[in-house]
Write a protein that binds this ligand. Sequence first.
Ligand SMILES: C[S@@+](CC[C@H](N)C(=O)[O-])C[C@H]1O[C@@H](n2cnc3c(N)ncnc32)[C@H](O)[C@@H]1O
Length: 183
Amino acid sequence: MIISRTSIEFAHGYFKGNINTIVEVGVASGNHAKEMMQVLNPKLFYLVDCYRKKKGEQLDRRTMAYKAVIENIKFDNRFKLIEDFSHIACKQVPNELDLAYIDAEHDYDNVKRDIACWYPKVRTGGVLCGHDWAERGVRTAVQQAFPIINPSTPKEKRVGWGLEFYENKNADWWIVKMFNEKE
Ligand SMILES: C[S@@+](CC[C@H](N)C(=O)[O-])C[C@H]1O[C@@H](n2cnc3c(N)ncnc32)[C@H](O)[C@@H]1O
């Protein structure tokens, strides 16, 4: 089994096959979503991507990605594709997610908004994670949302505030939601 992203490798060990509902925000052709499905084997997998809704010079590429994802997911009805913007699509996805993987735009404002949209939808004990920790916008937004996170803190000490965080070699990041701040 191929596990190319370290947050998914972590989730594989953490959930041990006991996983119901997950989401990937920013899906493109769906190759990584297919891998997540194989590795995590959730009962329900929401795929969120704005594809053709986003106007602009990359429309052709997005249309191709849209066609590719349809091809990639058509034989598995556990996939639920929502073609919309992240902040709109999150209203259609149920709460109590086991895992949300964020990989849409990578600039600070968009990552900040994606965290604000999706973290509340993750259940206590669930995982919020994403790609491209190496990107400055991603790093800043993640560290700001979770101030306890400080990459210079030794890994074993990065527990507190209800959060666990690990940066990693493969540019993924992830956080275990240890409690619901609203409770
Ligand atoms: C980096 S690609 C995703 C790659 C995919 N996760 C993978 O690992 O193969 C980013 C995708 O996010 C989508 N996207 C960008 N902004 C978005 C937004 N605001 N809401 C939803 N999707 C968005 C783009 O259409 C693009 O397909």
